[in-house]
Design a protein around this ligand. Structure first.
Ligand code: HEC
Length: 143
């Protein structure tokens, strides 16, 4: 057997086996009144396509999100993202916190740190144009 095969076969076997680890992706009940909403349709649509998968309780997981260990990896990011900012709980944040987070949004969007690189590499429509970034930062500067 070649060296590559010696390595590859156990790896494939292990990947196959870990698929049987029982795992359910957590669903969260959303309080509709706590959700972030805005009349600014442009801002809302940018947030929906580029931020909500990680910063809201309503994540749409891709099909490969069911594959172990991708599921753990994706969920880790979503969990961390929600801890920093959860648009589904926006209205339950004290005003001070909203202002603080709005400032952070202006910063990370302005510096192109968000959405995360790996995300828009997969979701092409989530790659924001400079104009979209400006729309978002101008909006959150007013909060
Ligand atoms: C793929 C998941 C993902 C997407 C999409 C995403 N984020 Fe994040 N975001 C994270 C994670 C994980 C963190 C925490 C770790 C970090 O700061 O890198 C975070 C952190 C943040 C923070 C806190 C930064 C700080 O300094 O504490 C803000 C604000 C933020 N994101 C805003 C956004 C906005 C606005 C968008 C959409 C334009 C967005 N994110 C898209 C995953 C994501």
């Amino acid at each position: 057997m070649s060296k590559t095969r010696k390595v590859l076969i156990p790896v494939i076997l292990i990947l196959g086996l870990i698929q049987f680890i029982p795992h359910e992706i957590e669903t969260v009940v959303v309080d509709e009144t706590a959700k972030f909403t805005t009349d600014n349709i442009e801002v809302q649509s940018i947030l929906d396509k580029a931020c909500m998968d990680c910063h809201s309780s309503q994540t749409t997981y891709p099909w490969y999100g069911n594959i172990t260990p991708v599921n753990y990896w994706l969920e880790g990011h979503v969990k961390e993202g929600r801890e920093h900012l959860n648009f589904s709980e926006w209205n339950s944040y004290p005003l001070e916190d909203q202002k603080h987070v709005a400032k952070e949004i202006v910063e990370v969007v302005g510096k192109k740190e968000m959405p995360m690189l790996f995300y828009w590499l997969i979701h092409w429509d989530a790659k924001l144009t400079d104009a979209e970034r400006t729309t978002l930062t101008e909006y959150f500067k007013t909060i």
